[in-house]
Design a protein around this ligand. Structure first.
Ligand code: DC
Length: 236
């Protein structure tokens, strides 16, 4: 059971899943802040595996070698003051190196391998075990925490998601063009939702939120309402 009692009521597990660029990171971060919960960015773990593999000369297509490597990595998060989780690999901050388009594609590639998913499953369950946590990813509500009390599936059109990605990367000083980004978003969608193991899909008991035309603070309001309703339901 993932639910634990805290002084301020019950601390639950909140699962936020959806494709790249649906607004998951922003919504999950703001929601965690409002709830006073810890945020776990599961995509960062897959990104960390892709980065570590490239450094060690392990192929992104060699599932067994990737699994063996992943089991040896010490993956952890340290929170920035605003709650943003920063990935550490073997005690070293790698948050600045895992957001490039190359590592994005690598993360999607390594994520198809069962030994990688299995190794990261244990890491994610450990990080969420105490409750009072928002986990964001692709398969949190379906595989990692199927018993999560609140599940939200965020979506948005590919065009809106590509535009957000371009703005995000440009804000970081990385020059990218819209057409290439849109093609990347569509390629990653295909790869993430057609893989055999834990494909990207909404859990049956998740609430679907389309963020295409909505400002993100309105999405957060809606998400918070969903979590509050689920918390009340799980207490009654
Ligand atoms: O959320 P993100 O863009 O940082 O995720 C990077 C990749 O990691 C994504 O393309 C697929 C994979 N991933 C996954 O397979 N399962 C998750 N729970 C999170 C991410």
């Amino acid at each position: 059971m993932t639910q634990v009692e805290h002084g301020r009521g019950s601390a639950v597990v909140v699962a936020i899943d959806g494709p790249a660029g649906a607004g998951k990171s922003t919504v999950a971060r703001e929601l965690a802040r409002r709830l006073g919960y810890v945020l776990v960015d599961s995509g960062a773990l897959y990104r960390g595996v892709a980065l570590a593999a490239r450094e060690r000369g392990v192929s992104w297509d060699d599932g067994d070698a990737l699994g063996a490597m992943t089991r040896q990595l010490k993956l952890a998060f340290v929170s920035e003051p605003d709650g943003t989780p920063r990935l550490q690999i073997d005690g070293r901050d790698r948050a600045g190196e895992i957001r490039s388009p190359e590592i994005s594609m690598g993360a999607s590639r390594v994520s198809i391998h069962p030994p990688v998913r299995e190794a990261l499953l244990g890491v994610q369950r450990q990080l969420g075990a105490a409750g009072g946590v928002v986990l964001e990813g692709r398969d949190i509500g379906t595989v990692v925490f199927p018993q999560a009390q609140a599940k939200i599936f965020l979506t948005a059109s590919a065009a809106v998601r590509a535009r957000r990605r371009v703005d995000e990367l440009q804000a970081r000083g990385e020059g990218v063009d819209y057409e290439t980004t849109l093609a990347d978003v569509e390629a990653r969608d295909r790869q993430d939702s057609t893989r055999e193991l834990a494909p990207l899909r909404p859990a049956e008991d998740s609430v679907l939120l389309d963020t295409s035309g909505l400002p993100l603070d309105e999405v957060v309001d809606k998400a918070q309402l969903i979590v509050q309703q689920r918390m009340e339901a799980s207490l009654s």
